[in-house]
Design a protein around this ligand. Structure first.
Ligand code: DGL
Length: 281
C-alpha cells in the first residue's frame, strides 16, 4: 500500500492564557527544533478558568486569528480551558489548518497509563465543569472511575513562580488528598500551569502517575507531520506587559527564544473586522 506523504510543517502556533503553555513549547522545541514557533500568552485576560464559555470562545478565536496571521501550519491550543470549550468553534474558524487541543491527547495518555482504572483530574473550574476529560475517558473505557477536583489557586501560584515551598505543598495536598482517598493511580494535570508543579507533586506522592499535555502533543505532531531540520526561531507574544513573562520564559525555556513582544490583541482584532489578523510582521 502506498504511504501518504506527511505534510511539512514549518511554523507552529501555540497559545495559552498565560505562561503554562511554555511547558508545551519547551517539550516541542526539544524534539522538533527546525520549525519556527509563535507563542501567544493572553496574559492580560488570564485566568480563562473562571470565565463563561462565550468569553473563552471569543478570546480563543482572537488568539487563533493572531497566530494564523503569522502563517502557521498547525495551531496548538495549549490551554485546557480553551480546549474544553472552543475546539469545535476553532476548527470552523481556522478551517484551513489543523487545530490540536490538549484534552483528547491527555485523556488517551492517562487511559494507557492507569493500572487500576481510577483516574483523577485536576484543572480549572471551567475545565472540570465542562466534563470534557470525563467524557473522553469514559469513551475510551466505560469502566474507568474518574474523580475530579478543581484546583484554581495553583494557577496564580505558578504565575508567581512559586512552584515549591510550604504554601505550594499545602495547596497541592488540599486539592489532591480527596482524590487520593479514592485510590487513584493516575492524575491528569488538566491545566497547562500544573506541569510546572510536576516535580513537587511527584516528590509528595511518588506512587501516582502524572499525565501532562506536553508529551502527548509532541507525539501527535511527530506521528503526523514532517519538519525541517536545523534550529528554528521562537517568538513570544503577550497581551500584557512582557517583563514578568520574560522572567518566566527565561526560566522555563532557559533563554532559548528570540524575542518577546507586547501586542494589543483587541485593537488588532477590531482592525481585522473579526477575521484572520493579517497586519502582523
Ligand atoms: N491555561 C489555563 C488552563 O490550562 C489555566 C489558567 C487559566 O485559568 O487561564 O486551563
Amino acid at each position: 500500500m502506498e504511504r501518504r506523504k506527511k505534510q511539512l510543517v514549518k511554523r507552529i502556533g501555540i497559545f495559552d492564557s498565560g505562561a503554562g503553555g511554555l511547558t508545551v513549547l519547551k517539550e516541542l522545541k526539544a524534539s522538533i527544533s527546525g520549525v519556527k514557533y509563535y507563542y501567544l500568552g493572553d496574559t492580560a485576560r488570564l485566568p480563562y478558568g473562571t470565565k463563561s464559555s462565550e468569553t473563552i470562545i471569543r478570546y480563543t478565536k482572537q488568539n487563533a486569528a493572531f497566530l494564523i496571521g503569522k502563517k502557521i501550519d498547525v495551531l496548538i491550543v495549549a490551554c485546557n480551558t480553551a480546549s474544553a470549550y472552543a475546539i469545535p468553534e476553532l476548527r470552523k474558524f481556522a478551517a484551513d489548518i489543523p487545530v490540536t487541543g490538549v484534552i483528547h491527547p491527555g485523556a488517551k495518555r492517562a487511559a494507557k497509563m492507569t493500572e487500576n482504572g481510577k483516574i483523577g483530574i485536576i484543572g480549572t473550574r471551567a475545565t472540570i465543569s465542562s466534563g470534557k476529560y470525563q467524557k473522553e475517558l469514559k469513551e475510551l473505557d466505560p469502566d474507568f472511575r474518574v474523580f475530579t477536583n478543581p484546583a484554581p489557586l495553583l494557577v496564580p501560584l505558578v504565575e508567581e513562580g512559586m512552584v515549591t515551598g510550604e504554601v505550594t505543598e499545602k495547596l497541592i495536598s488540599m486539592y489532591l488528598e480527596p482524590l487520593l482517598r479514592k485510590r487513584i493511580d493516575t492524575l491528569i494535570l488538566g491545566c497547562t500551569h500544573y506541569p510546572l508543579l510536576k516535580q513537587t507533586i511527584h516528590e509528595m506522592y511518588p506512587g501516582i502517575m502524572l499525565v501532562d499535555s506536553a508529551e502527548p502533543i509532541r507525539d501527535i505532531l511527530l506521528a503526523g507531520y514532517e519538519f525541517p531540520s536545523g534550529n528554528g526561531k521562537t517568538e513570544i507574544y503577550v497581551t500584557d506587559y512582557p517583563e514578568g513573562f520574560g522572567l518566566l520564559s527565561h526560566r522555563f525555556l532557559e533563554g532559548n527564544f528570540d524575542k518577546i513582544e507586547h501586542i494589543d490583541l483587541q485593537k488588532l482584532w477590531k482592525a481585522s473586522n473579526g477575521t484572520k489578523i493579517k497586519k502582523t510582521k
